[in-house]
Design a protein around this ligand. Structure first.
Ligand SMILES: [Zn+2]
Ligand SMILES: [Zn+2]
Length: 98
């Protein structure tokens, strides 16, 4: 209960953004996992903080790490895209069986 009063430090909880005496508020420390896991998905970019997801645009793919802000919770996370390139071949002049 007195958790949020300690020292009056103007911390906001890093997980829920609520004013808190600590980096992580008491609620989040007891009810949510901490630290957040990293996330990876084949078609969505998932915020590691709040798990909000958005569909990645192919044109935005970049294998270099960069910092993005979550559209939902506004917290920063590091994002890089792993491109899986598959080289397909088939012989010329042969009808493909389907
Ligand atoms: Zn919190
Ligand atoms: Zn988020």
């Amino acid at each position: 209960m007195s958790e949020n009063m300690i020292g009056g430090t103007p911390y906001n909880c890093a997980m829920c953004g609520m004013p808190s005496g600590n980096e992580i508020c008491y609620d989040c420390r007891t009810t949510k996992r901490w630290p957040p896991d990293s996330q990876s998905d084949t078609c969505n970019v998932i915020c590691p903080w709040c798990e909000a997801a958005y569909q990645a645009e192919a044109r935005d793919f970049d294998e270099d790490e960069r910092v993005e802000e979550c559209f939902k919770c506004g917290k920063a996370y590091i994002l890089y895209d792993e491109m899986e390139i598959i080289h397909h071949t088939r012989p010329v002049g042969v009808k493909q069986n389907k």
